[in-house]
Design a protein around this ligand. Structure first.
Ligand code: GLP
Length: 264
């Protein structure tokens, strides 16, 4: 894992947007996996700015979102489809038909999960998967106990996740208790993963993900098995990591190599 620790959430967003933009410039027809939640919003704002001001085009990009609440129509303000339209898609040059979010209102929910997986495969797999993290260490909606080999499926949300997400809905009672989510196995098949976390409330989950054992109780810890993961954190989210100073040294050396200098 490449662990990058930045001073604040804004710098996290700049670094994350740079990783996405590098791929889009190198491979304009790439497939991006996208996440919802408050964490990636600043990254999406930076990508919107790059689209407007720096000619970063998404015209040939395809996207797949990680998850969606069951029962919410795409135009429900708290649906993840509506979130993505509002926070990113409506502001960049991506054709609507290139953007995919699981259908939380499909009549045949299980069949629609299988079709979502098949479509990802058909379009060549995900090149870069953007991820946030739940306070219990979940990625997408892969709650503690999810199989680390899981595929896109229905998942019941834990009380902690419902409470965390109630801030978007007003009350806990309004938060759907069921979601469609890509599985941990689906996520691990992405060619590259970009995990973002900001704020003290994520520090325990981040410590468990990076320095804890690989366990289905912290589904993000499965990323330790992936060969190409970049984790971008602010200082608060990184505050419980034991090896903080080592990651900073490695990062310094890595940047020197990338700049064409040999690390001292
Ligand atoms: C939800 C989403 C996750 C997201 C998490 C954290 O559970 N399904 O994809 O990572 O929330 O959200 P936030 O960034 O708002 O803390």
């Amino acid at each position: 894992m490449r662990v990058i620790i930045e001073k604040d959430a804004l710098s996290v967003a700049r670094i994350a947007a740079r990783v996405v933009a590098q791929l889009v410039r190198a491979r304009p027809q790439c497939v991006l996996g996208l996440a919802t939640g408050s964490t990636p919003v600043a990254t999406y704002q930076e990508l919107i700015r790059m689209n407007r001001e720096e000619g970063l085009s998404f015209a040939r990009v395809t996207t797949f979102n990680l998850d969606e609440y069951v029962g919410l129509a795409p135009n429900h303000p708290q649906s993840y489809r509506a979130f993505m339209q509002r926070e990113l898609f409506d502001h960049i040059d991506i054709p609507h038909e290139h953007t995919h979010v699981p259908d939380g209102r499909a009549l045949d929910l299980e069949g629609s999960c299988e079709r979502y997986e098949a479509l990802i495969q058909q379009l060549g797999g995900i090149d870069l998967q953007v991820l946030g993290i739940g306070s219990d260490g979940h990625i997408a909606f892969n709650e503690p106990g999810s199989s680390l080999g899981s595929r896109t499926r229905l998942k019941s949300l834990t009380g902690e996740t419902v409470r965390d997400n109630a801030r978007f809905f007003g009350t806990e009672a309004d938060v759907p208790k069921l979601a469609i989510t890509m599985g941990v196995g689906t996520i691990l098949e992405s060619r590259k993963c970009l995990l973002l976390a900001t704020g003290e409330s994520k520090s325990r989950a981040i410590r468990d993900t990076i320095e804890g054992p690989i366990t289905a109780q912290v589904t993000a810890s499965a990323l330790q098995l992936h060969r190409d993961v970049v984790v971008v954190l602010d200082e608060a989210a990184a505050s419980r990591l034991d090896r903080r100073s080592y990651y900073a040294e490695v990062e310094q050396a890595q940047r020197a190599i990338e700049a064409g200098n040999s690390p001292s």
